[in-house]
Design a protein around this ligand. Structure first.
Ligand code: NAD
Length: 349
């Protein structure tokens, strides 16, 4: 195993790891440990070039600093990427070797599940390190985060509805949901129970049909979701969907959903703002996922009460962001980034 330091001035520590015997190659980027150990998942993808993988790790690690701070967790930001096709290249040996790299950082970085990974993979990684969360079993195992993520998004939708339409009740409002996977399905249930009308889409047509039957949802084709008339659009599938093509076609008053990195570029927040579409910053709306993971990292004993408290804090943070955005007449995305910078500066002072 070779572990080498990568020069990355905006990050605290970045390492490249390589173990030819098991086909392991990737990066761990630690952006900040100012608030606590860096926490963020490990992603496995067939990146075209190592530089692409490194850039992804750097960007995602920074994003985790913001997400963890916004959720007021005593955790910093980090992320790991492994280059390879998870369906072909992943093996218990490769995962164990990755666990050794995590262990070599002595707790500066905690890993967890991300794209291309499963809870079973976390158990393999856990055979080589204790700095892993998202396990399916064990004393503080946090398991599937999606129900908690969906609760956080639901709260964000309520706060957004309050600011945009003057009503926190979702009864009678129409919400369009893109992506009906782990998060989307839980969210649809919460929205339906709260009396919202649903317009849904997924590239998996069977799942769309299930949602239609369970929650009386109207199903539209994947490309049609951007232009349907609704009160709130909740993206819960992929990133980059708020862009120069989709934003002009939106017929909603607000966007509040759980997908990571919804804005293709940060100037797209401005484009939404100019159209009068209130955007609930994604890294605040979907913070429930990391709250769930944090129960495992922080060994939280009173799990339920602690999660409730953290979700409430996230809701208040969203409220503060939307309020300040209104007062300052800027986009909530800009305010969210400023608030996190302020939190980090205050802590450093
Ligand atoms: P998932 O893979 O279970 O579900 C994603 C769904 O989106 C799938 O049903 C898929 O078919 C669908 N989809 C993919 N491309 C689509 C498209 N172009 N149009 C319509 N549907 C499409 O993933 P998930 O765990 O539900 O996560 C959803 C999003 O939320 C992701 O962006 C993820 O990064 C983010 N997120 C998830 C969690 C969590 O707890 N799972 C936490 C934070 C953020």
């Amino acid at each position: 195993m070779e572990i080498t330091i990568v020069d990355a001035p905006e990050h605290e520590r970045v390492v490249e790891f390589k173990d030819n015997a098991v086909g392991l190659l990737g990066y761990i980027a630690i952006h900040s440990t100012q608030r606590g150990p860096a926490a963020g998942g490990v992603r496995m993808r067939p990146y075209g070039h190592p530089v692409e993988a490194l850039n992804d790790a750097l960007r995602l690690a920074r994003g985790m600093t913001f997400k963890n701070a916004a959720a007021d967790l005593p955790l910093g930001g980090g992320k790991a990427v492994i280059i390879g096709d998870p369906k072909v290249d992943k093996s218990p040996e490769l995962l164990q070797a990755f666990g050794q790299v995590v262990q070599s950082l002595s707790g500066q970085y905690w890993t967890a599940e991300d794209m291309g990974m499963t809870p079973a993979d976390m158990a393999h990684i856990g055979s080589a390190t204790g700095f892993v969360a998202g396990l399916a079993e064990g004393a503080f195992a946090s398991g599937d985060p999606s129900p908690i993520t969906a609760r956080g998004i639901f709260n964000a939708i309520r706060v957004t509805a309050m600011h945009r339409f003057g009503q926190a009740s979702l009864n009678g409002l129409t919400v369009s949901v893109q992506g009906l996977g782990h998060v989307g399905e839980h969210l649809c249930r919460l929205l339906h129970d709260a009396g919202a009308q649903l317009i849904v889409t997924d590239i998996d047509t069977l799942q769309s049909a299930r949602m239609a039957e369970l929650f009386s949802a109207q199903v539209v084709a994947p490309d049609a979701i951007y232009s349907v008339k609704a009160d709130i659009f909740a993206p819960c599938a992929i990133g980059g969907i708020l862009n120069e093509t989709s934003i002009p076609t939106l017929q909603v008053g607000a966007v509040a959903g759980g997908a990571n990195n919804q804005l293709a570029r940060s100037c797209d927040a401005q484009a939404l703002h100019q159209r009068g579409i209130l955007y609930a910053p994604d890294f605040v709306a979907n913070g429930g996922g990391i709250v769930n993971v944090a129960t495992e990292i922080l060994r939280v004993a009173e799990r339920e009460a602690w999660v409730d408290g953290r979700l409430q804090a996230l809701e208040q943070t969203m409220d503060r962001i939307l309020m300040r955005a209104k007062v300052e007449a800027v986009s909530p995305h800009e305010v969210a980034e400023t608030i996190v910078h302020e939190m980090l500066r205050l802590q450093a002072a």
